[in-house]
Design a protein around this ligand. Structure first.
Ligand SMILES: CC(C)(COP(=O)(O)OP(=O)(O)OC[C@H]1O[C@@H](n2cnc3c(N)ncnc32)[C@H](O)[C@@H]1OP(=O)(O)O)[C@@H](O)C(=O)NCCC(=O)NCCS
Length: 216
């Protein structure tokens, strides 16, 4: 049994995080959101209790609750996470009980793991990562902070995915491939060659078709 939890972000991704947290035995107190217009509203049967980082910290302090960031966009999630880390927020991970995580795998703070995920031995998952529904992360994979593996992504062994990179729904990655940081790989791609930082790529085989903006 886990303790009280507040979920930062009340969009679609927030609902799934709250659902996984409930299944994992957390007492989900409600949401915090950046949008003040949502304050007091009900989402997924839970109340939006506060807004912004200050609001999140106040609720956590008052309720002795832990906090998880549930913002889908990688850049926004990274920014909020960094601010919360700097303010020593009580960040935690949420792992759905119907996922399978190898004993030797490592999962960073603030990472969320949804139903049907499999993480195999010696995989290292960074902080603030999303392992979305039904994704598989094979042996010796390394995923940087703030990455997002969408539903149904499958990684072969020894794959590396850089910080902040988003793999779209159903992406498959051949073993021993490295994908750089802050890149986006489109829905359904098959990645069979390395991809650098800051590219948009898709297709089978995946090729870079554009670039993502530099980090500010
Ligand atoms: C790759 C991606 C980022 C491109 O987005 P975009 O820049 O807005 O691209 P557009 O939708 O304007 O499409 C531009 C062209 O690329 C093609 N295209 C887009 N994504 C593609 C993909 N995954 N595979 C093949 N072609 C793709 C479109 O068909 C279109 O072709 P056209 O110019 O011949 O009509 C986006 O399509 C994608 O796959 N995002 C991931 C979404 C996801 O998995 N979300 C998970 C939420 S949990």
């Amino acid at each position: 049994m886990n303790g009280p939890l507040v979920v930062f972000g009340c969009g679609g991704h927030g609902k799934v995080v709250a659902d996984a947290a409930k299944a994992a035995g957390y007492r989900v107190l409600g949401f915090v959101d950046h949008d003040a217009r949502r304050l007091g509203s009900s989402v997924f049967g839970l109340t939006v209790l506060a807004t912004g980082v200050d609001g999140a910290l106040d609720v956590c302090r008052a309720e002795r609750a832990e906090l998880v960031v549930a913002v889908g966009d990688n850049r926004n999630r990274a920014k909020i996470f960094a601010e919360l880390v700097a303010r020593q927020a009580p960040l935690t991970t949420v792992v759905h009980p119907r996922s399978v995580i190898a004993e030797s795998a490592q999962i960073g703070t603030g990472t969320v793991v949804f139903a049907g995920v499999v993480v195999n031995p010696d995989a290292v998952i960074g902080a603030n990562v999303i392992l979305n529904t039904g994704t598989t992360v094979d042996h010796d994979n390394w995923l940087g902070d703030h990455a997002h593996l969408s539903p149904g992504v499958h990684l072969g062994g020894c794959v590396r995915v850089g910080a902040g990179t988003h793999l779209g729904v159903g992406v498959s990655v051949r073993n021993n491939i490295t994908i750089g940081s802050w890149s986006v790989v489109g829905v359904g791609a098959a990645v069979v060659k390395h991809l650098p930082d800051h590219v948009v790529a898709y297709g089978t085989p995946a090729v870079a078709v554009g670039s993502t903006p530099a980090l500010l």
